[in-house]
Design a protein around this ligand. Structure first.
Ligand code: GTP
Length: 376
């Protein structure tokens, strides 16, 4: 069995002669690359190999149960089993080598340049496991500028040069930690502010580089897309975003941010200014050792369908929104340009938003009318 170091060489890529760069340069085909990589993986990581179209695993057969033979389900004789597993000392050593795999681990895969409608960004791909390698997610880093500081393995001289040349780009870097929201970012849902916050962060780091958006696959505050859809379904029946999660027996927020700490370390970033309205994010990151020197508010205006969600974030999840997301102020006056909502395009909504006025302007009109009729 190849060591996990060998696996790391394959995954880490750029420094290895047989890395993903070899695929790019044509020295090795993508298929061969994946097969070699899978063979280099320790046994428990084979489970991570993606199945091919024919159902086989690219890294060979899946690991078989240790004791019961697959073919005839015959129980393995005890002596044979002992010979295969080794003596107590050997087993202990094996266990130690398994437990020496760090519980959470984030590995850099590759970087590319990405032109977008908002401008050009550096895009860095990572693989992150929070359970010692059983499962993984793929955080990405969307970057402008070069905020990198001293990185692991670099000579300390780099730090000295940085210090004396006054290069402070790796300090107080503007960072947005953003969690996936398929519904708004891909489908254009108007029920939350996630897609607009992402756009705001992309604009911000484009306008004042360097900056980083760490995009994490933690849909629905970590409960996953299908559960989030179930939560939305309960919200149609009148529950808010917090109670809907609870009614499903799910936590309000189960996102984990060890990958953020690891990615910042990988980049040699010493301290950050976090673009967020959520105090939990700041405290969770600080607890794991990330130096957050400041907060950059990330408030976007609500519109008809997101007003309730934002109100709940402020009132029940302690987001520092300060009422400033409201698209009307407390006197019932519009406070900023409204997102144009065409009720013809959106079509009729069911019970979801009932009682619902046809557009934002008529909601405001209704509110103004109500307040003028209210004798108090
Ligand atoms: N469970 C659940 N998740 C939601 C809902 N609406 C949006 N999300 C998810 O919420 C996550 C974003 O979290 P938010 O609480 O909106 O904001 P935040 O990231 O904590 O705070 P900011 O940094 O200020 O944006 C994304 O993963 C979305 O998929 C909802 O109604 N229910």
């Amino acid at each position: 069995m190849a060591s996990s170091d060998a696996a790391e060489r394959w995954i880490l890529g750029p420094d290895s002669p047989d890395s993903i760069d070899s695929v790019a340069s044509g020295r090795i085909g993508p298929r061969a690359f994946h097969e070699k990589k899978a063979r280099a993986l320790p046994r428990q990581q084979l489970m991570l190999s993606l199945p091919n179209l024919d159902g086989s695993l690219s890294g060979g057969d899946p690991p078989r149960p240790a004791i019961v033979k697959q073919a005839d389900r015959e129980v393995e004789p005890i002596q044979q089993q002992a010979a295969r597993l080794g003596n107590g000392k050997q087993q202990q050593e094996r266990l130690q080598s398994v437990s020496s795999i760090p519980y959470d681990r984030t590995e850099f895969v590759a970087e590319t340049l990405l032109p977008t409608k908002t401008g050009r960004y550096r895009l860095r791909g990572y693989r992150h496991s929070a359970d010692g390698g059983r499962t993984y997610t793929e955080p990405t880093c969307i970057m402008t500028g070069s905020p990198e500081g001293l990185r692991a393995g670099e000579p300390p001289l780099t730090a000295v040069i940085q210090k004396f040349s006054g290069d402070m780009r790796h300090l107080n870097v503007a960072v947005r930690v953003h969690d996936a929201c398929f519904t708004s970012e891909v489908l254009g849902s108007l029920k939350c502010d996630c897609a607009e916050q992402l756009q705001l962060a992309m604009d911000y780091i484009q306008a004042s580089e360097p900056g980083i958006i760490i995009y994490l696959q933690q849909e629905g505050r970590g409960i996953g897309l299908a559960n989030k859809i179930a939560a939305y379904s309960l919200q149609e029946r009148g529950l808010d975003t917090v109670d809907a999660n609870r009614a499903l027996g799910l936590p309000d927020d189960c996102r984990e941010y060890t990958s953020v700490r690891n990615i910042l370390k990988d980049l040699g970033i010493r301290s950050i200014q976090l673009m967020t309205n959520n105090p939990r994010k700041i405290s969770v990151l600080r607890e794991m050792g990330v130096i957050v020197t400041d907060r950059i508010p990330c408030i976007v205006k609500a519109q008809q369908f997101s007003q309730g969600y934002l109100a709940t974030k402020q009132e029940r999840m302690m987001h520092e929104l300060d009422g400033s997301y409201c698209f009307w102020n407390h006197d019932g006056e519009p406070t900023g340009p409204l997102m144009s909502i065409d009720s013809e395009t959106i079509g009729p909504f069911s019970s979801m938003d009932a009682p619902v006025a046809t557009d934002a302007a008529s909601i405001i009109a209704e509110k103004i009318e109500q307040s003028s009729q209210d004798p108090s």
